[in-house]
Design a protein around this ligand. Sequence first.
Ligand SMILES: Nc1nc2c(ncn2[C@@H]2O[C@H](COP(=O)(O)OP(=O)(O)OP(=O)(O)O)[C@@H](O)[C@H]2O)c(=O)[nH]1
Length: 477
Amino acid sequence: MTKNHNERARLAAVLSYQILDSVTESDFDQLVALACQLFAVPIAAVSIMDRHRQWFKSAQGLEMSQIARDVSFCQYAIRSQSPLIVEDTQRDARFMLSALVVHPPYVRAYAGIPLINTDGYAIGTFCVMDHQPRIFSEVELGLLNILANQTTKLLELRKEIIQRIEFSDQLRRIYDSQSKAQELWKQAIDAVGDGVWDCDLVSGHYFFGYSWLKMLGYDQDDLVPHFVTLYDLLHAEDKPRFEAHIHAYLSGQADEYKIEYRIRCKNSDYKWVLSRGMIVEHDENRQPKRVVGTHTDISQAKMLEQSIWQQAHFDNLTGLPNRRLFLDRLAHERSVSQREDKQFAVIFIDLDGFKAVNDAHGHLVGDQLLVAFSQRIQTFFRQSDTFARFAGDEFAMILGNMQSQADMTTFAEKIVQATKQPFQLDEVTVQISASIGLACYPQHGTEVDDLLRNSDAAMYAAKAQGKNCWVLYVPGM
Ligand SMILES: Nc1nc2c(ncn2[C@@H]2O[C@H](COP(=O)(O)OP(=O)(O)OP(=O)(O)O)[C@@H](O)[C@H]2O)c(=O)[nH]1
């Protein structure tokens, strides 16, 4: 496809090949040599038409490397975008006085085919010249066309290669500048104390930043820079959560990579760290290739958080779960038992005569008694049961997975018996007893509030019956 002559656009197209004044290339020279052989002519050339000159990319039989555009034969082929055939220059008014005709190389015959690129611009010509007048047969013109086409293809190929080289240079420059920026970034973050890490997902190479290592007491040589090293250092309990989060982030299910986990220090202690990261590179299939991020030591914050949680959920004096934690566990037990169709017991205990101990021996002894009672009763429990201090001398229990009401009452009796055994405290021996109320899920209530209220009511019934005993809830209490 050819385009109407637009010299400005044509020149832009010529420049895009970056071929003007380029060094000799054998591919073009071979085509020119072939033309001389094929047509038995002394002169053949591949020329590129610049703004004011015709420059020869390759030429045979010509002394010069370029000529002024206005004396060139090829300018006609360029302008008309069609072959120019001159069988005898001395009989053609356009050329008979041309410098190329009256001076060397004394051109008498000329055939030139424009090199029209894929955008339709005539970049230059492929031409042959003779010192004698000559007629170019159709076959010869066909061959010349083929040579011109091959030359155009060569020009396109050459342009593509140049573009690829430029593109890869550009990529390398971007990569270099990014690497420099990333290095600076790593150093800056390392300097403020957050440990930097950088993971190549393809090779598994894992860069541990200086602060990362220092935070956990390691030296550079202590750790193999590989993802497996990090995985091995994770606390066993945190590994499943870590794996799940990584998977969610890399597969796009999670928007951000942000996870807290414990990691083993050089001295074998564990530290809590907050790990944050982001994908910075994808491969050609848009799969994540590289993730970089930071490690922040959050051990202090975690300890504070744990201590606050502990204070909010456990009784200071006895170390038993408090009312809040008891209610959480009760709600949990209820939903598990409902799902699995099981029974459980809620047991309410209020000590009898506790005030008298306080009054007789002082508050401190009263405290010691509460602790001693808790420790004695705790020995009756399974890990899965809950024994909590509600307030003062009130305690509550959850006994999971009860087979029968008889199991519950047997247990209650054990507590009654154990409580009335004397307590040997620091300076005195005291004796108390317990009043116990029992309610069973689901017979005595299916909701948490009902179970609490009914076990409390049963406990009051035990007090009313003379204390030092247990009572199983019956409706109407
Ligand atoms: N030493 C001590 N006493 C407490 C604590 N919390 C509450 N008390 C006291 O525990 C007593 C509980 O009162 P009551 O349950 O009426 O005393 P009680 O003698 O067991 O009465 P009954 O249940 O009817 O047998 C009160 O005197 C509270 O001041 C505590 O943490 N330490």
